[in-house]
Write a new protein. Structure first.
Length: 107
């Protein structure tokens, strides 16, 4: 079975948080979470344990998709260096740059 993505985990934690906030017992919430997300009861219980420590729901990141395009090697080197300096990934650096560009052009 594949690991859940960050957005899937946030969605499941938020659901667990919501069930507990509605006053369901851990046992009731476990059954509900398990059926809602097709999880084992053990995994649902783990989400509930983690959700108990949440003060508020987590933000859910928009899922990403793979895009392939070609860039000049010198530009790729500069983007990699910027990502390393910011301690982030190449993908996140490119996403931020594109978002900033589009925001500056009214898109």
């Amino acid at each position: 079975m594949a690991r859940s993505t960050g957005s899937q985990k946030a969605e499941r934690l938020n659901a667990a948080h919501g069930l507990l906030a509605r006053g369901l017992s851990v046992a009731e919430a476990c059954v509900s979470l398990s059926s809602q997300f097709a999880l084992s009861r053990r995994q649902a219980y783990r989400y509930l344990q983690e959700a108990q420590a949440l003060q508020a729901p987590l933000p859910v990141a928009e899922p990403s998709m793979a895009v392939t395009f070609k860039l000049p090697p010198s530009l790729v080197s500069r983007v990699r260096a910027r990502a390393a300096a910011d301690e982030t990934t190449l993908s996140e650096t490119v996403a931020r740059a594109l978002s900033a560009y589009l925001a500056g052009h009214g898109a």
